[in-house]
Design a protein around this ligand. Structure first.
Ligand code: MRU
Length: 366
């Protein structure tokens, strides 16, 4: 990839500010918990896996300056910061998933330190009597693990996903589940990049994805930059493209998949799935196991983020495109019922219905 969605090098957490794309490619360093919260809330960094990556490193950079004198006090600070970051956006489960992982790693470190206390094998060193500096390093190594696993998981989803596609296919995608939404490669765009390397010659159609235009601003930007054939369409043109026979498969990402296979993704995904069913086009959802939430039974239990209505009628226009004060409804995601999903592509393999069984099997598989 010829850009980096986020990176952690030389002690700096740097993200590509996606609110400025496609007109400006600007990298921004995040140093404090407020900056991390704001970057996630305002979609400077977005897409479920990238939000998880940003949360991991974001938690570390937020607490690394802590002057806590013991591990109990440090744990209190970490917990409070994690709860704050977790409140930045509600739908993508990768946010809470990554923060929980960070806390578990910290707890394992503390348990280890307590166990070895007094035995002479303590993880505390002469320079780190309280063990707090060691705990900070444990958090950093967990954030690295989350990031590296995301890269590997996307690579594998690309390989599995490519087995479902054929050279020359027309592929419709909604929102952005590409490299900009992950550490690298993307989820549903990963097979597109892999196929491109192997000369598949896909024709990608990108829904613009109102209201925040992730398809127009981000998907068409990253595909075009990589030399993939991409055609931008408005959301209300997808049925027409299908009717013309241009679409052979739909590939989309996911923000949270419930145990029964219902998948929350960017608003508008559900209508694409319904149309694909009408035209007999396979609809594939790409879902790393970090995005599968077995504790949520069905899509009805997924919290859907609602955003400011100004995004619909003001944000992208020189003048408002609707009368001031008009009522708006601006849910950021919708839920696609499992019955419309032909297959779920994970890094561990492809799940088919009935999802209640196949997803659980995949998640627990080592
Ligand atoms: O509001 P966003 O831009 O964070 O929404 C992103 C999506 O809906 C993606 O499709 C989803 O997070 C999957 S990303 C691999």
């Amino acid at each position: 990839m010829n850009f980096e969605t986020l990176s952690f090098r030389g002690g700096k957490l740097v993200i590509l500010d996606q609110t400025l794309l496609p007109n400006e490619e600007k990298y921004v360093e995040l140093r404090t918990k407020e900056e991390v919260y704001d970057a996630i809330k305002r979609l400077m960094v977005r897409g479920a896996p990238a939000i998880g990556d940003a949360a991991g490193y974001g938690l570390y950079v937020s607490v690394r300056g802590s002057e806590a004198s013991d591990l109990a006090a440090f744990r209190g600070e970490v917990l409070e910061t994690a709860e704050y970051l977790n409140s930045s956006r509600p739908t993508a489960v990768n946010l809470s998933w990554a923060l929980k992982r960070m806390l578990s790693r910290l707890d394992a470190y503390i348990a280890d330190a307590e166990k070895s206390d007094g035995s002479g094998t303590s993880s505390e060193t002469a320079d780190d009597k309280s063990g707090v500096e060691g705990a900070k390093q444990a958090l950093l190594s967990e954030a690295d693990a989350i990031f590296n696993e995301d890269v590997e998981s996307c690579r594998r989803m690309g390989e599995h996903g490519l087995t479902l596609l054929k050279p020359g296919m027309g592929i419709l995608t909604h929102c952005n589940a590409g490299a900009l939404a992950t550490a690298r490669y993307g989820t549903c765009l990963s097979p597109v990049y892999l196929g491109e390397e192997q000369g598949y010659g896909f024709h990608v159609f990108a829904d613009e994805t109102r209201p925040l235009l992730q398809g127009a601003r981000l998907t068409s930007w990253e595909l075009k930059k990589a030399g993939v054939d991409v055609t931008l369409i408005c959301d209300n043109m997808a049925a027409s493209a299908m009717r013309r026979g241009w679409i052979d498969a739909v590939v989309v990402g996911c923000d949270r998949m419930a145990a029964n296979g219902d998948g929350a993704n960017k608003i508008g995904t559900f209508q694409v799935a319904i149309m694909a069913r009408e035209y007999g086009i396979p609809f594939y959802m790409f879902v790393p196991t970090s995005t599968i939430d077995l504790e949520t039974d069905s899509g009805d239990d997924i919290v859907i983020e609602e955003r400011d209505g100004e995004e619909i009628y003001k944000m992208w226009y020189e003048k408002p495109m609707a009368p001031e004060g008009v009522k708006t409804f601006n849910p950021s995601f919708d839920v696609t019922d499992h019955k419309f999903i032909t297959a779920v592509v994970t890094e561990k393999g492809i799940a088919r219905p009935p999802y209640t069984e196949s997803l659980r099997r995949l998640v627990h598989e080592l």
